[in-house]
Design a protein around this ligand. Structure first.
Ligand code: SF4
Length: 229
């Protein structure tokens, strides 16, 4: 499904944002998440336990936006989607469609490289129960907007789940009603296309809300569109 949408305001894509795209390790902006970060740091001092930076070259054409780091996944390892189930499906799919090379071994030193692709999250800090609050999503959007602004060749955003979709839509300056979240939808926004997918979480795959075939079809579409343009 494709719907034509236009940015309604001047946005990060048009150069309005000048903020850093990477928060500092002790970003203080979300008090609840800071408290949680500190509690996990105290419990697991060898884990990463900080805002997880984007992975991949800013000159990439594709940006994948997830929800937030998993406590034992990216929050532990420091690389998005690395170390938990969601990463198994995501990286296998990226390897299959040529958006990554190497071998994914669930560790940031596994040598896996992204190809013309970057991965970030709508919320950079691990939230309790994987559930960021609306205010936290809104606050962390400054970093998502700056991430978009720092990608001059950006052509495709793959939003994994509704939270990532809604935050990307706002970062792009599009009216929410003009770009509803639907798995498999493609929303053209100027020179960028926003692709929607259900999140590749263990829960979604165990309940068959998302099958590997459904997930792969999104990336097959991205690959086909990049090849055609
Ligand atoms: S979620 Fe984002 S804005 Fe909030 S504390 Fe973490 S890095 Fe800062």
């Amino acid at each position: 499904m494709r719907t034509e949408t236009r940015p309604r305001t001047r946005t990060a894509r048009s150069g309005a944002a000048s903020a850093s795209s990477e928060p500092g390790r002790d970003c203080p902006l979300c008090p609840r998440l800071v408290d949680y970060r500190l509690s996990v740091r105290a419990r697991e001092p060898d884990w990463f336990n900080a805002p997880v930076p984007s992975f991949g070259d800013p000159d990439a054409a594709v940006l994948i936006v997830g929800l937030a780091p998993g406590v034992q996944g990216a929050n532990r390892t420091g690389r998005p989607f690395t170390g938990d189930y969601a990463g198994d499906l995501l990286y296998a799919t990226l390897l299959k469609y040529g958006f990554a090379t190497g071998r994914y071994q669930a560790h940031p030193d596994d040598g896996l490289k992204l190809v013309d692709c970057r991965i970030s999250n709508a919320v950079r800090c691990v939230p309790p129960q994987n559930k960021p609050l609306p205010a936290e999503i809104n606050t962390c959007r400054a970093f998502l907007s700056a991430t978009l602004a720092a990608m001059p060749r950006l052509r495709a955003i793959v939003a994994l789940g509704r939270v990532a979709h809604d935050s990307a839509v706002k970062a792009l300056g599009v009216r929410a009603a003009a770009a509803p979240f639907v798995h498999g939808a493609v929303h053209p926004v100027g020179a960028v296309r926003l692709y929607d997918s259900y999140h590749c979480s263990r829960y979604n795959t165990n309940t068959r809300v998302l099958t590997p075939a459904m997930f792969e079809s999104v990336f097959a579409q991205v690959r086909a569109d990049l090849t055609c343009r």
